[in-house]
Design a protein around this ligand. Structure first.
Ligand code: AMP
Length: 484
């Protein structure tokens, strides 16, 4: 099976609220601040204590809930919600979450952020046993696994099912009597619990959702945990004790919002430190530092502070364009960069510019940025990347593409510099990345509690369905390198 199994990836934002008549509105606002985690679809399921009701659609949250009545009609005291970031080919309504199932013994809804590494084989097994899937998403697998265990109570069935799936997953589930959250044994994806002043609990992919609704942070969901919120309060349980934190470093580098706090680390501060360490590691004799709005501004400010160079606004971002990476084809992606960013001639003309970006994936953005800046008169353009070269794909829920598309998997740094036409190019080292994030409670864990597999190819778990295809593709690549 090729490892490039597209259409099973989910990279999303999830939210849940319990015990408040404002449930669907709180979920809407929570999702609004998680919109950066997915713009392809959004949905909310609400519970009135008896049955569950759903509203979902394709597009941005505000496009999906475009009439006031869409939210008003979702009356209830508990809700879960989802914003979806899928990959090309599966942007269909059937894949928009939360998924809602009406069983004879009650309704269940679920929403998922992550990617399962044994989804394809589980799906095949389940279909052989008669299961009928509604979507092409891996999320649905969990519900089929739970329903297979008819003789067990829901929580026991859920715990056993969570032990059957592998990969990166953060789930929220809603039933008429409880809101449930679960995180994979490596805690690849962030998930936190918050509390409103009035005492009710909420769950969110990122803490920025709590700030939006006036909730205070209670705790991060830990790897292997199963958290249940019901009328008697918050209950913390485990479905496995075999856990090892390796949270995705790309959350800190690019994906999460700078104001979120993940495992005690403010994302902005981590990015700023990445910029500082990068300036120490690869200093430049230049006139100014500029960042690529918005995801690189924190790192650029750190680079400027450390190097003593002025921090300037040399690039302007249109506020009315979604992330370029989301565009499915390379042609659209290239046009997307131009629509999104413009250089400020009056700032960069005749100047030696250091431009800091958070990462290079396919190289589309960097190439165009250098071109934009030179066209606007920059004398020299030095590219500094606040993460190590992305050489390996992610199997746990970040769309880091296939190896064939990753620029750093196919070219040396010197070749990349040439291709993007920069005067110099440097990346942050893996050691400095780990030092910049510095998770306090995980200092002694491998890689300081982070997953850095995109940079070193050392995956913290077996790759299951992806293993054979991935190894084959690596071999193909090595053969090409030897021949070439
Ligand atoms: P590229 O143009 O393909 O090299 O993409 C690089 C840009 O995409 C970077 O400037 C990042 O801000 C952004 N980026 C990095 N990783 C991801 C990701 N997994 N999903 C979407 N965008 C990303």
């Amino acid at each position: 099976m090729p490892y490039e199994i597209k259409g099973l990836n989910e990279e999303c934002g999830i939210f849940g609220a319990w015990g408040t008549t404002e449930a669907s509105h709180l979920t809407y606002f929570g999702l609004h601040s998680l919109q950066h985690r997915g713009q392809e679809g959004a949905g909310i399921v609400v519970s009135d204590g008896q049955s569950l009701q759903q509203f979902r659609g394709r597009g941005l949250l505000a496009e999906v809930f475009s009439n006031e009545s869409d939210l008003e009609n979702l009356k209830g005291t508990a809700a879960i919600g989802h914003v979806r970031y899928g990959t090309s080919g599966n942007n269909i309504l059937a894949n928009v979450q939360p998924f809602l199932f009406h069983f004879h013994d009650g309704d269940v809804a679920l929403a998922h952020n992550g990617n399962l590494t044994n989804a394809a084989s589980l799906k095949r097994e389940l279909e052989d046993q008669g299961a009928i899937f509604q979507s092409t998403s891996d999320t649905e697998i969990l519900i089929h696994l739970i329903r297979q265990k008819k003789d067990l109570d829901f929580i026991t069935a859920l715990k056993q099912s969570l032990n059957q799936i592998h990969g990166g997953f953060a789930f929220v589930l809603l039933r008429k009597d409880s809101l449930i959250a679960a995180l994979d044994p490596n805690g690849f994806r962030p998930l936190s619990v918050g509390q409103l002043d009035s005492g009710e609990y909420v769950i969110a992919s990122e803490t920025c959702a709590f700030d939006m609704i006036g909730a205070k942070f209670v705790r991060d969901v830990q790897p292997g945990e199963l958290i249940m919120i019901n009328k008697t309060g918050l209950h913390i349980d485990h479905y496995t004790q075999k856990t090892k934190l390796s949270i995705c470093s790309m959350e800190y580098i690019y994906f999460a919002r700078p104001d979120s706090i993940i495992h005690g680390v403010t994302v902005h501060n981590a990015r700023k430190k990445m910029g500082r360490l990068l300036a120490q590691q690869a200093p430049v004799d230049a006139d100014m530092v500029i960042g690529v709005p918005n995801s690189s501004l924190s790192a650029a400010s750190g680079f400027a502070e450390e190097s003593g160079l002025p921090y300037e606004m040399g690039l302007i971002k249109s506020q009315y364009i979604a992330r370029t990476f989301i565009q499915p084809t390379q042609e659209l992606r290239e046009r997307g960069v131009k629509m999104k960013l413009s250089a400020v001639r009056g700032v960069v003309e005749g100047k030696r510019v250091v431009i800091v970006d958070d990462s290079i994936v396919r190289g589309t953005t960097s190439k165009q940025l250098v071109h934009l800046l030179k066209e606007a008169g920059a004398k020299e353009v030095h590219m500094r990347i606040a993460s190590p070269p992305l050489r390996f794909p992610c199997f746990y829920g970040i769309d880091i593409s296939t190896r064939s598309e990753l620029m750093a998997a196919n070219y040396t740094v010197a070749q990349m510099r040439q291709i993007i036409d920069a005067d110099s190019l440097s990346f942050l080292s893996i050691e400095n990345l780990i030092a910049a994030i510095a998770l306090k409670d995980a200092q002694k864990a491998p890689n300081g509690g982070l997953c850095v597999a995109y940079f070193d190819g050392k995956y913290p778990t077996p790759l299951y369905d992806y293993e054979a295809g991935y190894l084959k593709s690596l071999k193909r690549q090595q053969t090409r390198e030897v021949i070439g």
